[in-house]
Design a binder for this molecule. Structure first.
Ligand SMILES: *[C@@H]1O[C@H](CO)[C@@H](O)[C@H](O)[C@H]1NC(C)=O
Length: 380
């Protein structure tokens, strides 16, 4: 009798915290002003490797070298999204999350190990938020790029994020007809953080708070990521070969994913396996434009948090506390962004000890999620 009461209570707790989610694909007309690059699509292993060698050259600026003006891009695109809310109705605030290079929207709600690494579960079930995640334009179940050099670039993807935000603000099928108005915050990881940075700089009123994960404004270590990724054409990667058109490139081995996303000793090899097997590619157009607008001070006025793993390779060179690259001008490489946010109501720079670039993928991820939710609960 007593035992079954305990069991029922436990089951009740499980069901009481079950998020309700829907997958929806929306069609949008988007346009943006893109860079035009003098570059042929990367089709062979040798061409991809040459490209990353040029990109990683110390003191170089491949974007400037290859750019030949601008051109306007316009088209109809499909975006695959997942909206989740607490089971008793819409959350008080909607978090819109944009994943980084190498993954798709499942990064925020990993099904592996019964959602043990799911940020969405924490945000919705424990903190009462709604969440909207999406496969970035060009990735996963969203429309693929026809042109991997001159079409799929950061500017077009920022327009997609702006359009999704506006749909969620007015309420529509994307958010089960709930209008979130100004109760929307944005979080990104890596490339998604670079997009979020630009989104709120171009449209400061669009968001009530931002969290940039796996991010800094110190460009010095991007070359490490470019070389360590062992990038290869999708045609050479068994899991991606038939899922993407030629011209996309992806991580060439499981070790490449480990080096670029996992902190030493901070992870379960099963999660690394999972991330490699479910990895997604990127395009040269994205890689050449990831830094666009990143050196411009931000007009955003709400609360802003940057949170990055101490062992992050691309944004900290494996050590956010070493300040050689910034000549000691800030206590760490994340704090260095403070002057770039002159208008914000709160600026919080957090370095997560032990964590790699894939902030939520390691043992330290749970603590990082806690810091983010604490920041949002306190400041939004
Ligand atoms: C940043 O935010 C976290 C979470 O709210 C908090 O624990 C930490 O003390 C904050 N850091 C600073 C420097 O205010």
């Amino acid at each position: 009798m007593r035992r079954s009461a305990v069991l029922l209570a436990a089951l009740g707790a499980v069901f009481a915290s079950a998020k309700r989610c829907q997958d929806i694909t929306v069609s949008l007309s988007l346009e943006s002003r893109n860079a035009k690059f003098n570059l042929e699509p990367l089709l062979t292993d040798v061409e991809v490797t040459d490209f990353y060698l040029r990109l990683a050259r110390q003191g170089g600026n491949l974007m400037e070298e290859l750019q030949d003006g601008y051109h306007d891009v316009k088209g109809n695109y499909k975006l695959a999204t997942t909206y989740c809310e607490p089971d008793d109705g819409p959350g008080h605030v909607l978090q819109i999350m944009t994943h980084g290079v190498g993954f798709d929207r499942s990064y925020w709600d990993l099904p592996a190990q019964r959602h043990k690494y799911s940020y969405v579960d924490r945000a919705v079930d424990d903190h009462g938020y709604s969440t909207l995640t999406w496969d970035r334009l060009g990735i996963g179940a969203s429309s693929k790029a026809k042109d991997t050099v001159n079409e799929l670039q950061i500017a077009l993807e920022i327009e997609a994020l702006r359009a999704l935000t506006e749909m969620a603000a007015v309420g529509g099928k994307l958010t089960r007809n709930h209008a979130y108005g100004r109760s929307i915050v944005h979080m990104g990881h890596s490339f998604g953080s670079a997009m979020t940075y630009n989104l709120v700089n171009q449209y400061p009123e669009i968001s009530s708070g931002i969290v940039l994960t796996g991010f800094s404004q110190v460009p010095d270590y991007m070359g490490l990521f470019a070389l360590a990724g062992n990038f290869s054409p999708v045609r050479s990667i068994p899991g991606l070969r038939w899922r993407y058109p030629a011209g996309y490139v992806g991580a060439g081995s499981e070790r490449a994913v480990q080096i670029n996303f996992f902190g030493p000793g901070d992870f379960d090899p099963e999660i690394l396996d999972y991330m490699y097997k479910n990895g997604q590619p990127n395009t040269p157009g994205e890689i050449l434009t990831v830094g666009s607008g990143g050196g411009v001070p931000n007009q955003f006025k709400g609360p802003a948090m940057i949170i990055t793993g101490d062992r992050d390779v691309p944004f900290c060179g494996g050590d956010c506390m070493s300040t050689i690259a910034i000549k000691g001008k800030a206590p760490n490489l994340i704090e260095h962004s403070k002057p770039m946010f002159p208008e914000v109501s709160v600026f919080n720079a957090t370095v997560v000890p032990g964590a790699g670039h894939g902030l939520f993928l390691g043992y330290s991820g749970s603590g990082a999620m806690g810091s983010i939710l604490d920041f949002l609960d306190t400041n939004v």
